[in-house]
Design a protein. Sequence first.
Length: 255
Amino acid sequence: MRRNPRSWQMQTARVAEAWLGRRLPDAERWVRANLIDARGPWCQRCGHSCFESHSPLQGCDLCLHKSGVADGVCRVGRYQGGCGQLVCRLKYQGWWELARPLGQRLAHVVRAECGGDFFRSALVTPVPMPPLRRWQRGIDHADLLARETAREGGARYCRLLWRLAGRPQARLTRSQRLAAKVGGWHLHAFASKRLPGSDVVLVDDVLTTGRTASIAARLLRQGGAASVRLAVVAVREHMNRDFAHKTEVCSDQVG
Ligand SMILES: [Zn+2]
């Protein structure tokens, strides 16, 4: 597994390339090939695909009588298919080079949906990963995505939230996710100076139930954020509320 992507790995990759003739796969080309037809219209209130785009105020049939996720959802595509495979390669196989092209796509979507002025004045922050899981996984994919999204959009990257612990949810069913205890979320001390009146773009890899994003958004609003938009690479869609969570995308995933 690749760790600390900015330092020794890049050197190792260069040495391997120079001495062994090995070249890392072209992340940009890989992303381009897997995102064909990935976007399509979606409901900006819950993130699900629609026949036509729905604004955060309108909502779709699925979220009509439910609260929306944060103040709206921007997404690159659906979790099913190539978009989900990209997330898995970044998240579980440590292919950190994917973070840049995926972050660029995410920035383009946020700019298109929210406007360039909104984006440039916003704070971009990742959904936090507990330190122990970061160490086990060797990569904080949401943090990498947030950095690249902010860089591409000319926005300010800022780690506003932190978590001490949290149970991995990748293998939980939807009902288990909703029933799981969620605690240990905190705002960084310096957030009280930056947050009041700011718009926040909260970045994560996948949106499933929206519970994690809602907790983060609530905390950010309590800290004074004017609005919180969720930006995710993929939305895991389901046609009914009791869907069985057996993903066809990441059958070999760990954690
Ligand atoms: Zn909806």
